[in-house]
Design a protein around this ligand. Structure first.
Ligand code: AMP
Length: 299
């Protein structure tokens, strides 16, 4: 596995491989199976895979966890090599944002609301760095997780709107055995928060069950998700039962949103007659967790 520390090296490598299909996997490091699944998918779809590890300062707001974002480089490189990654680009913040940098991407419409309500400049930073990475390591394909659903929509829309010559591939959410979506930020959770974090995937599973059982009313399904999140529940914990306390609405731990939306535009829906997505965000102290689930139209 080759390591590139400068944009010139990365560009040279991409140039030398321009006749091959190459999958780009942008990450911020602190890698887990979710990230590595993107590398494996890239290796299935493309001849080569190049991952990037860059904790992008422009997608963090003042007071967010940029300074304490986990950095686990040795383990990251071992995991990437094991997953079959061919090259890793590890730029510094100064290389990506040299002195005088002042040009940003205005994110597409689908960036409005949801995550942007609590992180107004987040997608501007994401879109900017992803566009820069597409230029710095020009590849045929780029792989992103469905875990960050709005981000995937933003990158797809940007690629379409700006005619970027990259095929954007969305990959399924990889979960812990109890259903919690893997995230680099899960390590911030204390044991009580970790228990509650299960409620996100449980709320989506309950909505799924309700849809199966014929509940097709959007408001009722949203209420069911919020109720599951706020009421807590009793779960099977390896043969024993455990009580998961609910997440209050408001307070230190709180539900940010639990909604059903059009899967492409992220606009509210009235019926389930187009592909739709359940999006959930909840706060556990200063840690925000996201989860989602996509459904096909219900006739
Ligand atoms: P991050 O390092 O958090 O910026 O994530 C880098 C990429 O990994 C993004 O495309 C994420 O959507 C993706 N990713 C993160 N967690 C997961 C997961 N649990 N399953 C699948 N993809 C994930």
């Amino acid at each position: 596995m080759e390591l590139f520390h400068t944009p010139e090296q990365a560009l040279q490598w991409a140039d030398a491989n321009r006749d091959r299909t190459v999958g780009l996997v942008p990450t911020m490091g602190a890698l887990h199976e979710g990230h590595l699944s993107l590398v494996r998918q890239a290796k299935r779809d493309c001849r080569l895979c190049c991952a990037t590890i860059f904790v992008n300062p422009t997608q963090f707001a003042e007071g967010e966890d940029l300074g304490k974002y986990p950095r686990t480089l040795d383990a990251d490189l071992a995991g990437l090599a094991d997953a079959g990654c061919d090259a890793v680009f590890l730029p510094t913040a100064e290389q990506i944002y040299p002195p005088g940098f002042s040009t940003y991407v205005q994110p597409p419409q689908v960036a409005s609301g949801w995550e942007s309500s609590s992180r107004p400049t987040h997608f501007r930073g994401v879109a900017t760095v992803v566009l820069k990475l597409f230029h710095l390591v020009p590849t045929s394909h780029a792989f992103f997780g469905q875990k960050d659903y709005q981000q995937l929509c933003v990158i797809r829309a940007m690629s379409r709107d700006l005619n970027l010559p990259v095929q954007v591939v969305g990959c399924p959410i990889i979960r812990e055995s109890d259903g919690l979506a893997m995230s680099s930020r899960n390590r911030y959770l204390d044991s009580d928060q970790r228990l509650r974090a299960r409620l996100l995937s449980l709320a989506l599973a309950q909505a799924d069950q309700a849809i199966e059982n014929g509940v097709h009313d959007v408001q009722a399904l949203q209420q069911l998700m919020t109720q599951t999140l706020s009421a807590g529940t009793v779960v099977d914990a390896g043969g024993a039962t455990a009580t998961v306390p609910g997440i209050p609405v408001g307070g230190v731990d709180s539900i940010d949103y639990a909604v059903l939306l059009d899967a492409d535009t992220l606009q509210p829906i009235e019926h389930l007659q187009q592909p739709f997505v359940g999006l959930i965000a909840a706060r556990f102290g200063s840690t925000r967790l996201l989860d989602n689930r996509v459904w096909q139209p219900v006739q």
